[in-house]
Design a protein around this ligand. Structure first.
Ligand code: AHR
Length: 331
């Protein structure tokens, strides 16, 4: 473990002021920080319930009690802020950098700087389009599989409803442009959609992964098209907004309703809507990645090699199985 630089110690002294840290002798400060693994985390932002759960999972796993000193930065949806945070972690000589790249492109330079400084980088959630030598490991979801699951669910559902030959008019609410989750979910769904000449994707619009934007873009779609059969919304927050817009316009959703809603993430409030039949299916994206990140760091600390990619397990929730999971959902 590297020595911790002065700036970090100062930061820690400030943070720990309320916890009686100043009661310690100077040499105790140093011992305490020297024992901790210093991790700089750059989070995308706080755009969704999923993201908040992801942040909490990291903060719990990389806690002081677990032997970490966490430097956390919220990039507020701006790549330039993430790059700034990573550069600051490099200059503070942290032991590890963990970050969720907002988009796939644009990381080559700053990750080269981290590599030159000898700091291992662990990518989390989304991926970066760089030479794989520039990061040590990635942990996250198989987004393409998520999109494909959505398509296969729809295929199956339409067959069961005897609608497989009907023209099916679909709109897609996408999240942050250029993000791995958007690229993967879009490609995975397309893979199934292209096998069905009767599925017509009317439009794919950017709802920025937020409720407000989801509502706004859904309102516009409802003004443009009066016969939408399926809404594929790439996260629950956009779905909440879209549902508001749909219901405000007097349309209904669910089994006997006007539109089929397919959502992603599977946060607790959305699972309740699945139970109520407002959302037909929710494809899980698991935000609880903190433990996985910690395991990777512990393995590296022990001098072990780690897998380059670690996919986490995810489920699909419909009215049939959601009851078993709602109570235990913590986010
Ligand atoms: O990259 C994962 C996505 O980002 C989640 O689906 C979404 O809610 C989040 O903001």
């Amino acid at each position: 473990m590297k020595r911790i630089v002065f700036g970090i110690i100062c930061g820690m002294l400030l943070l720990c002021a309320c916890a009686g840290y100043f009661d310690m002798e100077p040499e105790q400060h140093e011992n305490k920080t020297e024992d901790l693994v210093v991790v700089g985390v750059s989070q995308v932002g706080s755009e969704s319930v999923w993201r908040t759960a992801n942040t909490m999972s990291l903060q719990q796993a990389l806690s002081d009690e677990n032997g970490y000193f966490l430097l956390f930065d919220n990039a507020r949806q701006k790549q330039e802020n993430q790059i700034k945070a990573i550069r600051s972690f490099i200059s503070q000589q942290v032991d590890y950098i963990v970050f969720s790249p907002i988009t796939e492109d644009g990381w080559e330079t700053v990750l080269t700087e981290a590599k030159d400084a000898g700091i291992p980088v662990i990518l989390m959630d989304r991926q970066a389009n760089v030479d794989p030598d520039l990061y040590t490991a990635w942990v996250g979801s198989d987004f393409e599989a998520e999109g494909e699951k959505a398509g296969l669910w729809l295929e199956n559902y339409l067959r069961k409803k005897d609608r497989e030959r009907e023209e099916i008019r679909i709109v897609v609410l996408q999240g942050t442009e250029g993000a791995t989750s958007v690229i993967g979910r879009t490609n995975g769904f397309q893979k199934v959609a292209q096998k069905h000449s009767n599925w017509q994707i009317l439009e794919q619009v950017n709802g920025e992964y937020t409720t407000a934007k989801g509502k706004e873009v859904m309102q516009k779609l409802l003004e443009t098209y009066d016969d939408i059969d399926v809404v594929v919304s790439q996260n629950d927050d956009m779905t909440f907004g879209a549902l508001e817009a749909i219901h405000m316009e007097g349309y209904s959703t669910g089994e006997e309703g006007d539109m089929i809603i397919i959502s992603f993430d599977a946060v607790k409030d959305a699972l309740k809507m699945v139970e109520q039949g407002l959302i037909e299916v929710d494809i899980e994206c698991n935000p609880l990645q903190g433990e996985y990140v910690s395991e990777i760091i512990q393995a590296l600390e022990a001098g072990e090699t780690v897998d380059k990619k670690c996919f986490i397990e995810e489920n699909v929730f419909t009215k049939e199985n959601v009851g078993e999971y709602i109570d235990n959902r913590t986010y």
